[in-house]
Ligand binder design. Structure first.
Ligand SMILES: [Zn+2]
Length: 52
């Protein structure tokens, strides 16, 4: 299974998906469909993913 990891451009660390902090989305996206993955080290947003 090719699990993708996130790379934080702010603190230059690689973040495993399991370690990423999931938070509510910004900008009015539907929280039931989208979640934002944040860096556990610096809190920077890494990616917003579609969850259904
Ligand atoms: Zn970071």
């Amino acid at each position: 299974m090719g699990r993708s990891v996130f790379e934080c451009g702010t603190c230059d660390r690689t973040v495993q998906p399991d370690a990423a902090i999931r938070s509510s989305t910004f900008g009015g996206l539907d929280d039931d469909r989208w979640e934002t993955m944040c860096c556990p080290h610096c809190g920077e947003r890494l990616k917003t993913v579609f969850v259904g």
